[in-house]
Design a protein around this ligand. Sequence first.
Ligand SMILES: Cc1ncc(COP(=O)(O)O)c(C=O)c1O
Length: 404
Amino acid sequence: MFKINENYQKLPGSYLFSTIAKKVSAFTEAHPDKELIRLGIGDVTQPLAPAVIAAMHKAVDEMGDAGTFRGYAPDLGYAFLRDAIAEHDYKLRGCDISPDEIFVSDGAKSDSANIQEIFGQENRIAVCDPVYPVYVDSNVMAGRTGVYDPKKETWSNVIYMPCTMENGFVPEFPRETPDMIYLCLPNNPTGTTITKAQLQEWVDYANKVGAVIIYDGAYEAYISEGDVAHSIYECEGAKACAIELKSFSKNAGFTGVRLGYTVVPKELKCGEASLHQMWARRHGTKFNGAPYIVQRAGEATYSPEGRTQLKEQVAYYMKNAAAIKNGLKDAGYTVFGGVNAPYIWLKTPGKMTSWEFFDYLLENANVVGTPGSGFGPSGEGYFRLTAFGTYENTLAALGRIQKL
Ligand SMILES: Cc1ncc(COP(=O)(O)O)c(C=O)c1O
């Protein structure tokens, strides 16, 4: 008789957004006349930039011509894209990352879930709490997280680093020493981040204790403050301890196009073992490359027109973020984030739990948000709204919340 991976049985309930989707569809079935505004899932709404569309059209035409047709892409990504990434995301920021340290992928979700495969089972992971749920869940599937405590909603073998209003959403060095530290900065869901000097302290800490940092920079394009690092490799010593994950989903609206990359520096070693070589082996074995058309689209995001158009797109969402943040403040809410990320993190009013506030908002304002507790135990009592809606919907949702 075959056996299953029992670790999957340990996963509590369904993925956060499936639970939300079920609640929302039950509500719409019961109230077909109500028009919902969705500021829940972090999905973009603006169309792809013209420079991206032009590049995709051109690439489609190339695929239709025997002379320029391309089959399997190189597993690690086309040189034209890796060169553009190395130049714009690293060299121009003073980071010494070479194109062959960049692994092109179909997005940061899969990379953030897959990266743990190259690490030993016995490693202890540390995560900010609250955070993007994929880091913990993928480690549960791998059997690295110990026993689940349904009351506390924590895993015995995971080190949680609370990020709450009490500590200004800045993770503190844990009492127990972790082996793998996940940092998502700017953070999903809190929309907050830390300064470059604070990130440097984390790099120094990781190098001191022999931990690896898995740094998810999916929201890097939204950073507006000058003292915040755009890449962990801006910090000294980061190449010896950090892997960086990036996505084209939020800066370029590629959520439905699918493109991302991971940087594994050659300096990153465990004894004699090169993590760069291990990830190259893993990528080569399990991934057949992001599509040519999509990689050309990615390249176009770095062209002069592409960069200008994407800056405008980010500014559009950040205008929404400012409207939500200021509007909620005026309505008496305590709000965070929204300055270096397209997420607004609010304290639920009164003594409402995150899910109680979710139901309250759904039923009374017909607005869908995301309960903070779905991102970790320290998210209880908080709620996330995204700035990824249209400006009109954002203002309409805000008006409804202000009337409550
Ligand atoms: C922190 C973080 N990392 C990764 C992702 C997923 O990125 P991608 O669309 O590239 O898979 C998300 C999506 O919401 C995210 O919030």
